[in-house]
Write a new protein. Structure first.
Length: 379
């Protein structure tokens, strides 16, 4: 058991804001103070000067960061997890690209090793988001052209190298709808993405156990009032969907529509090796991508992941008008709930001490991962 640390400020608990102190070792011990009947935001007649203390971010879609790509294997996972920890991500899913099986094996072995323990200074690796190869070859987006039809045997083989917590599947591909049902029954979270499927395909996938949608609006059939497409299925029926709030992938108006329609819309970065790095060329799986003006693109101009970090995602949501508590839920609590992880994504006694401290201008001051204070000097 680590020594007890205490941080004071405005603590966001599941029951609301508490102005006081949170005490923790590797787990949260207790939260003491007085309950606030309002959000402690600037401009409130009851505003105070205390920092905002929020649960650590949980990012379920991370391809890279700090110049490294998950598909490289080796020490890439460690470098990526350190970069994102310095921006408030306390746990994440290492996310693969569509690739030949031998390349996926290399990446998954490295992720598996990293997920079995938490090295000092980095975010906890919860497991794998397998984004491909089980997608529609007609809707690759920035994925390389190695899409294949899925089989249970192949998924089980990949899962032997690392815990696959989340898998993206195009349900309209032959055999995939049945696989959605089988994988869901076996406890894997399945979501719909990189798909040319219709509205009806989406509804069928949800009925067969699919739980959400991969980077909503991107790499899926779009919404039209006579052909609502996969985006329409999400807006009409989804409880959960991930969305990239970098203000490049999705127009703020579409984000607002999704926020009204999908109760537990949550945020991901879909970050690439370019996150936290200067403009230039980086790898995304087998492909070269170029970072410029805050975006990452293939040579043909296609958006290819992002440079987003979760602290900026929170600021973007707040700038759109979301209150702090709502923005926090969409970057911490909802992704935890989506994976069925109850000991993260919220500040309460007994949960892991994954804790963020922001100042009144939403600048990140302190990050704790399972009670360990992260050095932010290079953030």
């Amino acid at each position: 058991m680590s020594s007890i640390i205490q941080v004071r400020g405005n603590v966001l608990t599941p029951q609301g804001w508490v102005n006081g102190a949170i005490s923790f070792g590797d787990l949260i011990c207790n939260i003491d103070g007085h309950q606030l009947d309002h959000e402690p935001a600037d401009g409130s007649p009851h505003a105070n000067n205390g920092d905002y203390i929020l649960p650590g971010f949980i990012d379920l879609h991370v391809h890279g960061g700090g110049g490294k790509d998950i598909m490289e294997g080796g020490d890439a996972v460690d470098v990526i997890a350190r970069l994102h920890a310095r921006h408030g991500t306390t746990s994440l899913l290492a996310t693969t690209m569509t690739a030949p099986l031998e390349e996926l094996e290399v990446a998954l072995k490295a992720i598996g090793s990293a997920s079995r323990k938490r090295e000092s200074g980095r975010a906890r690796i919860l497991g794998v988001h397998l984004e491909g190869p089980y997608i529609n070859p007609g809707k690759l987006g920035a994925q390389p052209d190695f899409a294949v039809e899925a089989t249970l045997e192949q998924v089980d083989w990949l899962a032997s190298f690392a815990p696959i917590k989340l898998i993206t599947i195009a349900p309209e591909v032959d055999g995939h709808l049945e696989l959605v049902r089988t994988l869901t029954t076996g406890g894997m979270v399945v979501q719909i993405g990189h798909t040319l499927g219709t509205y009806d395909d989406g509804v069928a996938a949800l009925k067969n156990g699919a739980a959400g949608f991969t980077h909503l609006f991107n790499a899926m059939s779009g919404f039209h009032h006579r052909e609502p497409g996969m985006a329409g299925a999400a807006l009409a029926h989804a409880e959960y969907a991930e969305l990239i709030p970098d203000m490049l992938h999705v127009h703020p108006g579409a984000i607002r529509a999704a926020l009204r329609a999908i109760p537990r819309l949550y945020c991901v970065t879909d970050s690439t090796a370019a996150a936290g790095m200067p403009d230039g060329d980086y790898t995304l799986g087998r492909q070269v991508v170029h970072k410029c003006a805050g975006g990452v693109r293939l040579a043909d101009g296609t958006l290819a992941g992002s440079t987003l970090t979760m602290d900026q995602a929170l600021r973007n949501l707040i700038a759109m008008g979301l209150d702090i508590a709502d923005a926090s839920r969409r970057t911490s609590t909802y992704p935890a709930d989506y994976l069925g992880v109850k000991e993260r994504g919220r500040l309460k006694a007994g949960c892991f001490a994954d804790i963020l401290v922001f100042d009144r201008h939403f600048r990140l001051k302190e990050v704790y991962v399972e009670g360990e204070k992260i050095d932010l000097a290079h953030a």
